[in-house]
Design a protein around this ligand. Structure first.
Ligand code: SF4
Ligand code: SF4
Length: 313
């Protein structure tokens, strides 16, 4: 089963949720698809077992064959080609679609291989850790995400946690497409809710089952993310309190479920809830799942109740 963890923007706690869910499961696989800024490995500190380069094809022109017709320049939607006195290729913005080579009437374009980043595999206790890393300045990391998601994970326990890139761009879509369930992490700010609404819309477009984890909850304070979830009928799977102790453990790059029993219980309950929801959805018991969703208490500090339950507003 593949669980994708998403957020509308960086800094909401997506990696906190991903890393701790993977750590609390028995023998899981953690995939860091946040390839521009992967940081899950800072927590797991895995022993590296394998490193693979990821390459793409970039057009290369044979100047003896090129007659300067410019059909390739007109074709390229990414403006990665220009013709002055000769054809120039801007490989940093080329998306390796291969189209220019197909339209060239002189067969003057061939592909050369270029490395855009790496995929590293490692082990941290019983968690297998995959990390994608995009080289600085590259236009698209989609090939790295595809390689990460195409790995054969059949040897693992069956549970794979995907730490998605933040936002709702095309590299996020790759992680949503192959997921069995999506966890959306939200922070209690209006700005955060705006970004959360965009990633929620994206997951709904793919028709994936989803639930929310509310991070940085303040007891008794109105939480815009909570109100958004209530309005859209999104199940709240867990509420993580705004807790300086949690912040300290996390900022020291330590895995909180390996340090604190209270959070071990919170993330274990969250994982059980997600697995139950995903299985019910898969077996077509969505009505039953919805009923359970309304009845079930989300994981989290019982002190960290939504403001509406606290009688304040
Ligand atoms: S491969 Fe595609 S993106 Fe790259 S230069 Fe050719 S047409 Fe443009
Ligand atoms: S389409 Fe081919 S021949 Fe025409 S400018 Fe491009 S590389 Fe040269």
């Amino acid at each position: 089963m593949r669980i994708a963890v998403l957020s509308g923007k960086g800094g909401t706690g997506k990696t906190l949720v991903s890393v701790n869910l993977a750590a609390v499961a028995d023998g899981s696989t953690y995939i860091d698809c946040d390839i521009e800024e992967p940081n899950g490995h800072l927590f797991f500190k895995p022993e590296i077992l394998d490193v693979a380069e990821v390459t793409v094809g970039i057009p290369q022109v044979d100047r003896d064959l090129c007659d300067g017709c410019r059909q390739c320049v007109e074709f390229c939607r990414f403006n990665a080609l220009a013709y002055t006195t000769e054809l120039m290729v801007f490989d940093e913005i080329c998306h390796s679609c291969g189209g220019c080579g197909l339209v060239c009437p002189q067969n003057a374009l061939t592909e050369v291989s270029k490395s855009i980043g790496q995929v590293r595999k490692g082990k941290s206790e019983r968690v297998t850790v995959y990390t994608g890393q995009l080289n600085i300045g590259e236009a698209s990391g989609v090939p790295i995400i595809k390689k990460l998601l195409d790995e054969d994970y059949s040897g693992a326990s069956g549970l794979t946690i995907i730490d998605s890139p933040p936002g709702s761009a095309c590299n996020v879509m790759e992680t949503v497409e192959g997921a069995d369930y999506c966890i959306l992490v939200a922070e209690p700010t209006l700005f955060g809710v705006h970004n959360f609404s965009m990633v929620h819309e994206l997951v709904e477009l793919f028709g994936k089952p989803l639930g929310a984890v509310l991070n940085k909850c303040l007891d008794g304070e109105e939480n815009p993310a909570e109100l958004f979830c209530a309005d859209k009928g999104i199940k709240v799977l867990a509420r993580i309190p705004f807790d300086p102790d949690l912040g300290r453990i996390n900022s020291n790059a330590e895995i909180v479920v390996r340090k604190d029993g209270k959070y071990r219980e919170l993330f274990s309950t969250l994982l059980e809830t997600v697995l139950r929801e995903a299985v019910l959805r898969e077996t077509g018991h969505s009505g039953e799942a919805a009923a359970e969703s309304r009845e079930a208490e989300p994981a989290g500090d019982p002190q960290c109740k939504p403001a509406t339950e606290g009688g304040e507003s």
